[in-house]
Write a protein that binds this ligand. Structure first.
Ligand code: ATP
Length: 453
C-alpha cells in the first residue's frame, strides 16, 4: 500500500513563523481575537499584494481577451435572490443539546457531538451570508448582504463591459476583492476564514465551445501556480461528481493543494453554462445577451469561472517555500519564495555601523528602494542578519564592507545556494534585476567575480 501523501511542514510551524516575523496576526488580538478573522502584518501585506499583482499581470495585463473590474461589496439584494444565494447558500447544521456548539451535519462521522459526546438536534439550514442594513432605518426593506463571492459583480456588469469595451467572444472579466461568509466550520489558520479575498475570472464563451475553454482554464490555472514556484506534485485536480455539482454548474473541478491538514481546495473552476446571465436577465428585465456577427443572432454566452482564493494561495506558497537546513554551521529556517512573491527583494547589510560605511550603504539602499521593496539592516552580527532575511524569504542580500569604500564593489549573497558574487556598484541594479528575473548568480557583469562557490 502506498503511504498517504503528507505535507512537509506542520501548520503550527507556519503559524508561529507568521506571527514571529509579522506576516499574520489574529484579528483584534488585544481583545482576545475574533474567530476566523486575521490581520496581515507588514510582511504579510507585501506578500499578499505580490500574489494579487502576479495574478493581475498574468490574467489581465498580459492578455488581449481580459478586462478588469472592481465592483462594490454591497449589491442590490435582488442580485442574491437571482443568484440563488438567498435560498440556497446554506449549510445543514446541527446543535449539541448540552454544550450548544454547532456542527455541519454533512461533516460529522457520528450522531454525537464531537466536543462533548452530547445529543444533537435535527439539521437546520443556516445561511452563510452576512446581513446588514443600508441607510438609517433598520427594517426588512433596507437589508443588504456582504457579498459572499465577487462573481456576481461581474455578471451584473456584463452589458456595461460589453458596451464600453466592444470585446468579442471569447473574453473575460477579472476581479480581485474581499468576500464574506459566515462559515460554520472554520480553522486551519487562513484556509477558511469569514472574511477573505478572491481572485475571480468570468470568461464568456460561445456555448458550443464551453468544454474546450473549461479544459483550457484548468491547465492555465495549474500552470500559474507552478510558475510561482508551487511544486506540481503538490497540486491535484479533483473533478466533481454529478451529485456534488452546485445548482449552477455543468462541470466543476477543484485544484487541490497538499496543505498540512491534507489535500484541500485551492481554486474551483466551474462551467456555469448560461445560468447567471439568464437568471439576472429574468430578474432585472434587461436583455443580457451578445450579438454574434457570424451567425447573425443573439446568443447568451456560457461562462467558465476560475475562482481562486488569495489567502489559500498565500498559505500554499508558504507551505511550499518552508524549509529548514544548515548554513554556515548553524540551523536555519528559510522560505524558498519565488522572487516575484517574496515580500522583500533584497536587503542591504553594512558590515559595521561606523558612520562613513553606514552613509555609503544608505545611499545604495536609497537607490535600490526606488525600484523594489528593499530593507536595510545593521543590527547584530552579519550571520544573524542573513538568517533573518532567509527566514522571510529575501532572495538576495547585498553586503557592504570597508573594501567597498575603495573598490566600489559589493557582494550579493543568494538565499537558497548561499553562493556569493562581488559586483561593481554601478552594475548592482542591472545585476539584481537579472537575478530576480531568474538568471544564474554566476553569470557575471563586467568587473564582477565569484566570491563564494
Ligand atoms: P470550501 O468548500 O473549501 O469552503 P468553496 O467550494 O465554498 O470552498 P468557492 O465558493 O468555490 O469555495 O470559492 C472559490 C475560492 O475562494 C476557493 O477555492 C477558496 O480559494 C476561496 N474561498 C472560499 N471560501 C473561503 C473561505 N471561507 N476562506 C478562505 N478562502 C475561501
Amino acid at each position: 500500500m502506498t503511504e498517504p501523501a503528507k505535507a512537509k511542514v506542520e501548520m503550527e510551524k507556519l503559524v508561529s513563523l507568521c506571527r514571529r516575523r509579522g506576516f499574520i496576526f489574529p484579528s483584534s488580538e488585544i481583545y482576545g481575537g475574533l474567530s476566523s478573522c486575521w490581520d496581515y502584518g507588514p510582511l504579510g501585506v507585501e506578500l499578499k499584494r505580490n500574489i494579487k499583482d502576479a495574478w493581475w499581470r498574468a490574467m489581465v495585463q498580459q492578455r488581449d481577451d481580459m478586462v478588469g473590474l472592481d465592483s462594490s461589496i454591497l449589491m442590490h439584494p435582488r442580485t442574491w435572490e437571482a443568484s440563488g444565494h438567498v435560498q440556497g447558500f446554506s449549510d445543514p447544521l446541527v446543535e449539541c443539546k448540552s454544550c450548544h456548539l454547532r456542527w455541519r451535519s454533512d461533516e460529522l462521522e457520528s450522531d454525537k457531538c464531537p466536543e462533548c459526546g452530547g445529543e444533537l438536534t435535527e439539521p437546520r439550514l443556516f445561511n452563510l451570508m452576512f446581513k446588514t442594513f443600508i441607510g438609517p432605518v433598520e427594517d426588512d426593506a433596507s437589508v443588504v448582504y456582504l457579498r459572499p463571492e465577487t462573481a456576481q459583480g461581474m455578471f451584473v456588469n456584463f452589458e456595461n463591459v460589453l458596451n464600453t469595451t466592444r470585446k468579442r467572444l471569447p473574453f473575460g472579466i477579472a476581479q480581485v476583492g474581499k468576500s464574506f461568509r459566515n462559515e460554520v466550520t472554520t480553522g486551519n489558520f487562513i484556509f477558511r476564514s469569514r472574511e477573505f479575498e478572491q481572485m475571480e475570472i468570468e470568461y464568456f464563451v460561445k456555448p458550443e465551445t464551453d468544454k474546450q475553454w473549461f479544459d483550457y482554464w484548468v491547465e492555465e490555472r495549474i500552470n500559474w501556480y507552478v510558475s510561482l514556484g508551487i511544486k506540481r506534485e503538490n497540486l491535484k485536480l479533483r473533478p466533481h461528481t454529478k451529485e456534488e455539482l452546485a445548482h449552477y454548474a455543468r462541470e466543476c473541478s477543484d485544484i487541490n493543494y497538499l496543505f498540512p491538514m491534507g489535500w484541500a481546495e485551492l481554486e474551483g473552476i466551474a462551467n456555469r453554462g448560461d445560468f447567471d446571465l439568464v437568471q439576472h436577465a429574468k430578474s432585472s428585465g434587461k436583455t443580457l445577451s451578445y450579438y454574434d456577427e457570424e451567425a447573425k443572432e443573439h446568443i447568451v454566452p456560457y461562462i467558465i469561472e476560475p475562482s481562486a482564493g488569495v489567502d489559500r494561495t498565500f498559505l500554499a506558497l508558504l507551505c511550499d517555500a518552508y524549509d529548514e537546513d544548515e548554513a554556515e554551521g548553524e540551523k536555519r529556517v528559510l522560505l524558498h519564495l519565488h522572487p516575484d512573491i517574496a515580500p522583500i527583494k533584497a536587503a542591504v547589510l553594512p558590515l559595521s555601523r561606523k558612520e562613513h560605511l553606514a552613509s555609503f550603504a544608505r545611499e545604495i539602499y536609497a537607490d535600490l528602494r526606488k525600484h523594489w521593496m528593499v530593507s536595510y539592516d545593521d543590527a547584530q552580527s552579519i550571520g544573524r542578519r542573513y538568517r533573518r532575511q532567509d527566514e522571510i524569504g529575501t532572495p538576495f542580500c547585498v553586503t557592504v564592507d570597508f573594501e567597498s569604500l575603495d573598490d566600489k564593489q559589493v557582494t550579493i549573497r543568494e538565499r537558497d545556494s548561499l553562493r556569493q558574487i562581488r559586483v561593481p556598484i554601478d552594475s548592482l541594479k542591472a545585476t539584481l534585476r537579472a537575478k530576480l528575473g531568474g538568471e544564474d548568480l554566476f553569470v557575471l557583469p563586467d568587473g564582477g567575480k565569484i566570491w563564494k562557490e
